[in-house]
Design a protein. Structure first.
Ligand code: FE2
Ligand code: FE2
Length: 362
């Protein structure tokens, strides 16, 4: 590779100081992620594959009026103003089948087959390299036998959740980017879990996919406050979840946990969502699921693979890193292995209508 232009190197170094300003760059994992960011940006900006050289890490900030913030009580809001979406009927049917010991693969196929779009997506996904099944899976009943009902349930949930949020103001978030961040987080989490020898790994994909879902509820129901939080974060170079707490009185993780409660998903999964930025506050501090989602979110933010609205890298809790016990050399391996697969799965899962290249607020 030709020697990179000194101006490009300088700009990327400045971007790194901004991107990682809230986390400890001396930590081995963060240093590795910063190095990876550096190498990738040098190559991207030198070969001019993108116009990233002119793009900033944080969008242009506007003046903020902090006197207009009115933090509110989440319970009151949920009682009076915010309606949490329900899951499609097909979930209660699949859950009934899962709890029925007499149900067969054909019973699952019949229920899922009622939704041809869901069926087609599920079959595409289970045949991707990410899932790595050796033989071609052509029918849902075949999929049930090969991948099992829990995995299929997780995939149905993931596929349908992406179609639930249709009316998010496009000025607040690019939905393609949002889902890419979420899908990527789930996929990286699942890979890390595999390296750790965890079983029932579908739960990591679901947790990653849902970890920032609270933001969609905020964007949908409280667009003005969402805009205020985004503007505050940009103006003060602050993390968006801190800005949310400042403006709203709660953050996306808190409301995200409440949606999972409403959907009657396992309490443990709701807690992973609730504590993904603060694993130390979880009821079971540093449980492995929360620690892995915490790290995966940081990886996705550090490499700028999609965004749920956050533009900076949240702080890594060193105890969570220690608990996962990953060696730092594994990080680039996992990222490289998963990156093209994130594109493939995102292309299947993200609804076309949401793939807007909408203008952003800034
Ligand atoms: Fe988050
Ligand atoms: Fe996130």
């Amino acid at each position: 590779m030709t020697k990179p232009d000194a101006k490009i190197v300088e700009k990327i170094k400045n971007d790194i100081s901004l991107l990682f300003r809230h986390t400890d760059v001396k930590h081995e994992a963060i240093r590795e992620l910063a190095d990876l960011y550096f190498q990738r940006e040098v190559s991207r900006q030198t070969t001019r594959m993108t116009n990233a050289a002119s793009a900033g890490i944080i969008p242009e900030s506007e003046e903020v009026d902090e006197g207009s913030y009115h933090p509110v009580d989440l319970d009151t809001l949920l009682r009076t103003q915010i309606k949490l979406p329900s899951l499609p009927l097909i979930f209660s049917q699949i859950m009934d089948l899962m709890s029925d010991p007499d149900s067969s693969a054909n019973d699952f196929a019949k229920v899922i087959g009622n939704d041809p779009a869901l069926t087609a997506k599920l079959l595409k996904i289970v045949n991707t390299a990410f899932y790595g099944y050796r033989s071609q899976i052509d029918t849902i009943s075949h999929a049930v036998m090969i991948i099992g009902t829990s995995e299929l349930y997780a995939l149905c949930l993931s596929t349908s959740v992406l179609t639930l949020f249709k009316d998010i103001p496009s000025i607040l978030v690019d939905m393609t980017s949002f889902w890419k961040h979420s899908i990527g987080c789930g996929m990286i989490a699942r890979k890390i879990a595999a390296r750790k020898g965890e079983t029932n790994r579908e739960r990591f994909f679901v947790a990653g996919l849902l970890h920032d879902i609270g933001r969609l509820i905020i964007y949908n129901n409280l667009p003005n406050q969402a805009h205020q939080a985004i503007a505050y974060a940009a103006h003060h170079k602050e993390l968006l979840y801190n800005a949310e707490t400042r403006v709203l009185g709660f953050d996306h993780a808190k409301i995200g946990g409440r949606i999972l409660d409403k959907w009657k998903l396992p309490v443990k999964l709701a807690d992973v969502v609730r504590f993904h930025h603060h694993p130390e506050n979880a009821p079971e501090p540093f449980d492995i699921d929360t620690a892995i989602i915490h790290l995966s979110d940081i990886i996705l933010n550090a490499l700028q693979l999609g965004t749920s609205g956050e533009h900076l890298v949240p702080p890594l809790n060193p105890a969570a890193w220690k608990m996962i016990g990953l060696s730092v050399e594994m990080l680039p391996e996992i990222i490289q292995e998963t990156e093209s697969q994130i594109e493939e799965i995102s292309n299947i899962l993200i609804p076309r209508k949401q793939s807007n290249q909408s203008r952003r607020y800034y």
